[in-house]
Design a protein around this ligand. Structure first.
Ligand code: C2E
Ligand code: MG
Ligand code: MG
Ligand code: MG
Length: 275
């Protein structure tokens, strides 16, 4: 009986669900096709020193030039990429472009995003180092951005991976910090260069949420101080956010105030317009 009722319900939603499923399958087929084409492009967003405005590096951010839907950003398709297992292949397209770009010569570093699932793959570190070698790119100009989930998933493996990469010059920074577990007891064990303060706390610096956001940022700064590492404020859009972050001890920042993600990198000694 339950089955029959379920079938009725399915009948009611059938048309909508079918359309939705077709849409997803379409996009998945497009995703698969684009991996071998030139649809995926690395954009670069500058990371600056808050005191001087000097550009110290860039974050590589994935963009998908979809032939019919225009320029897509990760939230439009990354879930699909993860579900279908295609995200790793897409990531390698991005990493390959970044390695090629590094080999052309650039000031500062480029950081790449590594999804937890991808970081879990045992060949990740070796493959990344091989890619850099193939392009003759300097490993010390590459950084990886991972989230805490990736660390805690399998601590011994994460440690091995990070140590291998670090011994070749590739350092790690923790992305979206403050939104995960932020378990203070384990962080000191990992070779982490920097904490990226999640943009929700930076956004919260204006208006009523300011005291809470300030308190979280203060706590992150205290932790970074204890670990002897620095922080990067993410999603800085206003001079006020920049100034408050600086007062709280944050040394570096990234956001629309300093530059949008773009195909071209900003080279130092160029400074960003907001200074
Ligand atoms: P994320 O690593 O935390 O990247 C920062 C996101 O904030 C980017 O979104 C960036 O465009 C956006 N952003 C930068 N400045 C500002 C600002 O001032 N205000 C606001 N509101 N947003 C700002 P994007 O490019 O859409 O990427 C979203 C997420 O997708 C990234 O978050 C990252 O987790 C993931 N991602 C990006 N590129 C890749 C990639 O190549 N591989 C994988 N696996 N994930 C990626
Ligand atoms: Mg990131
Ligand atoms: Mg982030
Ligand atoms: Mg994020």
């Amino acid at each position: 009986r339950a089955k029959a009722a379920g079938r009725d319900r399915l009948a009611v939603f059938d048309e909508d669900m079918r359309e939705e499923a077709v849409k997803i399958l379409d996009l998945e087929a497009d995703l698969r096709r684009s991996i071998n084409g030139d649809g995926f492009v690395a954009y670069y967003q500058p990371i600056v020193q808050l005191d001087s405005g000097r550009v110290v590096g860039h974050e590589a951010l994935l963009r998908w030039r979809h032939e019919r839907r225009g320029l897509l950003i990760p939230p439009d398709f990354i879930g699909l990429g993860e579900d279908s297992g295609l995200i790793e292949a897409v990531d390698w397209v991005v990493y390959d472009q970044v390695a090629a770009r590094l080999a052309q010569g650039t000031d500062g570093y480029v950081s790449i995003n590594v999804s937890p699932r991808h970081f879990r793959s045992p060949e990740f570190a070796d493959r990344l180092l091989r890619l850099l070698a193939t392009h003759r790119a300097d490993p010390s100009q590459l950084r990886i951005e991972i989230t805490e989930v990736a660390l805690l998933d399998d601590v011994p493996r994460a440690l091995r991976m990070l140590r291998t990469l670090r011994s070749h010059g590739v350092v790690a920074q923790l992305d979206d910090f403050g939104t995960g577990y932020s378990a203070l007891s384990y962080l000191h064990r990992f070779p982490i260069e920097c904490l990226k303060i999640d943009q929700s706390f930076v956004a919260g610096l204006a208006g009523e949420t300011r005291p809470e956001s300030e308190a979280v940022i203060r706590a992150i700064q205290a932790l970074a101080g204890t670990l002897g590492i620095h922080t990067i404020g993410e999603g800085i859009e206003t001079a006020l956010q920049r100034d408050v972050l600086r007062e709280l001890g944050c040394s570096h920042g990234q956001g629309f105030l300093f530059g949008f993600p773009a195909e071209a990198m900003v080279q130092s000694p160029e400074r960003v317009a907001s200074h």
